[in-house]
Design a binder for this molecule. Structure first.
Ligand SMILES: Nc1nc2c(ncn2[C@@H]2O[C@H](COP(=O)(O)OP(=O)(O)OP(=O)(O)O)[C@@H](O)[C@H]2O)c(=O)[nH]1
Ligand SMILES: [Mg+2]
Length: 247
């Protein structure tokens, strides 16, 4: 089994070396692909130095900052090209606990997509301001409802594991949304195509080092764009079979 953990980065110089070491330590078969958007703080050069020292580290340099959606789409294509069977996506900032990765792989024996979830075992978020937690929690309830009962409590989470076949079937070229919308779109497409999804609880911690790239416009975009996703699905435009029209 070839296992590649894709980590998008933009200005993560404080975190990169440590997160790569942690990912490599948690499973002897893990490889890492850093997808850097030409970070002004030199994260890309740090990634190159790590790759030079260790053949398990790969780097994808993208020309400009374009958000997490395009970085992941390119990163996933590169992971597939490198021959990955299992592809994990995670943030560089230690919000996602690396110890969950072996559990993701075990669950892949029975399921096709594993989602690290903040909302399946109560609310497992540490150190977030109440306002941000509310936005995330209620945003998820809203997305799930608009999307016709998408069976996932945490659709905006960014810590997941994909079987190769799923990423091949999804049609990465057709994935349109960015930010939280990207996370929702990927999971929604996988569900519409009939893949087996499984959420597993993770304890999500706010970043300690580096700076946030999240802002309110990313959240607002996602809130609006879930309607677009629903209508695309009704028209059979997400690789799925068209559903009967709304009553
Ligand atoms: N390649 C690339 N990576 C990005 C971009 N924006 C964010 N990232 C990375 O995506 C991951 C998630 O971004 P964060 O800034 O942590 O976003 P967040 O988790 O919603 O917010 P905070 O944890 O509060 O910072 C991190 O590893 C970022 O470095 C981008 O435009 N391009
Ligand atoms: Mg973060």
């Amino acid at each position: 089994m070839k296992k590649i953990v894709v980590i998008p980065t933009y200005n993560e110089k404080e975190n990169l070396e440590k997160i790569v070491a942690a990912v490599l330590a948690v499973d002897a078969e893990n490889e890492v692909l850093v997808a850097d958007d030409n970070s002004p703080d030199g994260t890309g050069e740090i990634a190159d130095a790590l790759a030079k020292k260790d053949a398990r580290v790969h780097v994808l340099h993208r020309a400009t900052k374009a958000g997490i959606g395009p970085a992941y789409r390119d990163g996933f294509r590169e992971a597939l090209r490198l021959g990955a069977d299992l592809i994990v996506q995670m943030d560089a900032d230690f919000s996602h606990p690396v110890d969950a990765i072996p559990r993701f792989y075990e669950l892949c024996e029975e399921y096709d997509v594993i989602l690290g979830s903040r909302y399946v075992d109560g609310i497992t978020v540490v150190n977030w301001p109440m306002g941000r937690l509310m936005l995330s929690y209620f945003g998820n309830l809203y997305a799930k409802t608009v999307l016709g009962g998408l069976p996932v409590e945490d659709a905006t989470g960014g810590f997941k594991c994909w079987k190769r076949e799923v990423l091949e079937a999804l049609g990465l070229d057709q994935v349109r949304l960015n930010g939280y919308g990207f996370q929702i779109e990927m999971t929604y497409r996988a569900w519409l195509l009939g893949f087996r999804l499984k959420e597993t609880p993770i304890i999500f911690a706010d970043r300690k080092e580096g700076t946030s790239k999240m802002d309110l416009s990313i959240a607002v975009e996602a809130l609006l764009m879930v309607w677009w996703l629903r209508f695309q699905a009704l028209r059979g435009r997400l690789g799925n079979k068209p559903r009967p029209a709304l009553p």
